[in-house]
Design a protein around this ligand. Structure first.
Ligand code: SF4
Length: 350
C-alpha cells in the first residue's frame, strides 16, 4: 500500500509491504527516502486503538461503545439542536487535503459557522500572516526540487536535521555534490548546527535585528524601509544579537555571493510574541535583494505533514479554498457560487 508518513512536514511517501515500511521512490517530496520515524509505524498502529465510536452523554458517565450509525445519528441531532455558533471544530494537520477541504465546506456551508480552526493556526499563524502581508497570499514559494540547484541554505530557528530529516539529508547531498554552504542561525547549538559551515549563535528573540542589518547592508534601494534597516548597523546589531561582527560580514558575503539561496525557517521564528515581524524580516531580506524565484526564496517549514495542504484549502476560521478569505466579499461570492451550500458563507465569527 502506498501512503504518507504522518510525522513531519516533509510528508514523505512510504510503501507498506506486510510488516515492512520503505520509501516510495515515485513520491515527489522524498523520492524514496525516509528517516527512522515511520519505521515503527506498524507497531504504533497495532497498539490498542479505538475501533468503534465511544459515547457518553455527560462527564459523570462512563463511555459506552456505540455503532457508527448511532454515532452519526447523535452527531446529526446535536448539530440540529445547537445554534451554528455553538459548534466548534478543531482540525489536524494530519488530514489529507481533500478531507480538510470537505470539513471546511461542511462547517462553513452546512453547519453555518466560521468556528473552525486547525493546527495551522497553532504552529503557523506567524508564517500565514507574514506571507499575506508580504505577498498578499499565504502561498509559500518554491519546492523541494529547488534544493538540488541551490548553493546556500540558511536554517533560522530550525533544527531540520531532527525535525525535517529528509529535507536536511537532501541539503547535505547538495552540499557534498556542489560544495553548497549551510548557515544555521539559532540560540542553541543543534544537530543541524553540527553540520553547518557557519553557525551563528544569536541571542534569543533578536532575529529581526539580524535580518534587518543584513538587508540594510545588501540593499541599494533608497526608501523608508531600507533607511530603517540601515539603522541596524553591524556594530549595533552585533551588540543586540550577541553575534561577532565578522560573522555578520561572513553571512552577508555568503548571501551576496550565492547563485541561489534558500532560507528555511520553522518554530524558532514562528512561536514568538513578535513572530510575524521575525518572519517578515527574513522574507523582506529576500524581496529587497531580489532573491525570489530562480535566485532563491524564503521557505517556511511546516510542523505537521499537511498543515500546508490545509492552509491551501482554507481550513481556518478566516479561510476559504485557494487562499481566499471570508472577509472578502468577492472571495465569499466566488466560493458560494461554487459550493451552492444551504448556509451563505459568513464574513465573521460571532
Ligand atoms: S522526514 Fe518527516 S515525513 Fe519524512 S519519513 Fe521522516 S518523519 Fe516522516
Amino acid at each position: 500500500m502506498n501512503t504518507l508518513c504522518p510525522y513531519c512536514g516533509v510528508g514523505c511517501g512510504i510503501k507498506i509491504e506486510g510488516s515492512k515500511i520503505k520509501g516510495d521512490s515515485s513520491h515527489p517530496s522524498s523520492k524514496g527516502d525516509v528517516c527512522k520515524k515511520p519505521l515503527y509505524l506498524i507497531d504504533a498502529l497495532q497498539k490498542d486503538r479505538l475501533k468503534k465510536p465511544l459515547f457518553r452523554e455527560h462527564k459523570s458517565q462512563k463511555f459506552r461503545e456505540i455503532s457508527w450509525d448511532e454515532a452519526f445519528d447523535i452527531l446529526a441531532s446535536k448539530l440540529k439542536e445547537l445554534m451554528p455558533d455553538e459548534n466548534y471544530f478543531y482540525l489536524s494537520g494530519q488530514l489529507l487535503t481533500e478531507e480538510s477541504y470537505l470539513i471546511n465546506k461542511f462547517v462553513k456551508g452546512f453547519v453555518g459557522t466560521n468556528n473552525i480552526d486547525a493546527n495551522s493556526r497553532l504552529c503557523m499563524a506567524s508564517a500565514v500572516v507574514a506571507h499575506k502581508m508580504a505577498f498578499g497570499s499565504d502561498g509559500p514559494l518554491g519546492s523541494y526540487d529547488d534544493i538540488d540547484d541551490s548553493d546556500l541554505f540558511v536554517f533560522a530557528g530550525s533544527n531540520a536535521a531532527i525535525t525535517h530529516p529528509v529535507v536536511f539529508k537532501r541539503v547535505l547531498k547538495r552540499k557534498r555534490a556542489a560544495n553548497a554552504k549551510i548557515v544555521v542561525i539559532d540560540p542553541v547549538f543543534t544537530e543541524s548546527a553540527e553540520r553547518a559551515d557557519l553557525f551563528i549563535q544569536i541571542n534569543a528573540g533578536t532575529d529581526t535585528a539580524f535580518f534587518n542589518c543584513v538587508l540594510g547592508i545588501l540593499s541599494d534601494a533608497d526608501n523608508e524601509a531600507t533607511e530603517y534597516a540601515k539603522s541596524f548597523t553591524a556594530e549595533k546589531t552585533s551588540n543586540i544579537c550577541g553575534v561577532p561582527r565578522e560573522q555578520i560580514e561572513e553571512f552577508v558575503s555568503l548571501f551576496r555571493g550565492a547563485k541561489k539561496a534558500i532560507s528555511f525557517w520553522c518554530q524558532g521564528l514562528n512561536q514568538s510574541t513578535n513572530g510575524v515581524a521575525k518572519n517578515l524580516s527574513l522574507i523582506n531580506l529576500h524581496i529587497a535583494t531580489g532573491r525570489l524565484g530562480k535566485s532563491g526564496f524564503p521557505f517556511s517549514l511546516t510542523g505537521q505533514p499537511n498543515a500546508m495542504g490545509g492552509r491551501e484549502v482554507g481550513y481556518l476560521s478566516n479561510g476559504l479554498p485557494g487562499y481566499r478569505d471570508v472577509r472578502s466579499e468577492t472571495d465569499r461570492a466566488f466560493v458560494q457560487n461554487l459550493w451552492n451550500t444551504p448556509h451563505p458563507i459568513r464574513e465573521t465569527q460571532e
